[in-house]
Design a protein around this ligand. Structure first.
Ligand code: AR6
Length: 170
């Protein structure tokens, strides 16, 4: 898939049209990538998030990027992994799809995702990586307005899983 890439890096440093935040339903910040994005974007991001009145798991909302190099932040609360019997896989698919729909609606051509739900939400990485690249590939096949999507992985183990999931698609 030439328009999907996997890189090792810090998503807060990426100068793209939109970065995605693995948020929680409050949209008022947290730890992990969410904390890093709010720290780098500055307090104006939290101020805008307060006007959004939260977000359901699997859905997404968009804000400006403020002090980030990215123009927009698309916030999506991923599912907390329980046992797999609570619709977690469908909810994760819905996160990726909802974010890409918002990106299209806002004229974003380049979008970077973190590995949603695989940190403190404990979604198994092998399943999550397959869901992510499969959902992104299906969306891009129908939406040429998005030129490039990258998975920005924060550690080598995560990157290895996304590399493998992408190779399986080809
Ligand atoms: N750039 C890219 N990826 C990162 C960065 C970064 N700067 N920092 C962490 N990651 P997590 P979740 C990776 O726990 O599982 C928050 O408190 C991290 O290594 O951030 O969806 C929210 O407020 C992991 O691979 O998100 C929610 O309450 C991935 O990002 C909750 O955590 C996701 O880990 C969401 O949990």
């Amino acid at each position: 898939m030439p328009n999907i890439e996997v890189i090792l890096g810090d998503i807060t440093k990426q100068a793209v049209d939109a970065i995605v935040n693995a948020a929680n339903c409050s949209l008022l910040g947290g730890g992990g990538v969410d904390g890093a994005i709010h720290r780098a974007a500055g307090p104006e991001l939290l101020a805008e998030c307060r006007t959004l009145h939260g977000c359901e798991t699997g859905k997404a909302k968009i804000t400006k990027g403020y002090r980030l190099p990215a123009k927009y932040v698309i916030h999506t609360p991923g599912p907390v992994w329980q046992s797999g019997g609570y619709g977690e896989e469908a909810l994760l698919r819905s996160c990726y799809r909802s974010c890409l729909e918002l990106a299209s609606q806002n004229g974003c051509e380049t979008v970077d995702f973190p590995s949603i739900s695989t940190g403190v939400y404990h979604f198994p990485l092998e399943k999550a990586s397959r869901i992510a690249v499969g959902t992104i590939a299906a969306y891009l096949a129908e939406h040429p307005e998005i030129r490039r999507v990258r998975m920005v992985c924060f550690d080598a183990r995560t990157k290895a899983h996304y590399d493998r999931a992408l190779a399986e698609l080809a």
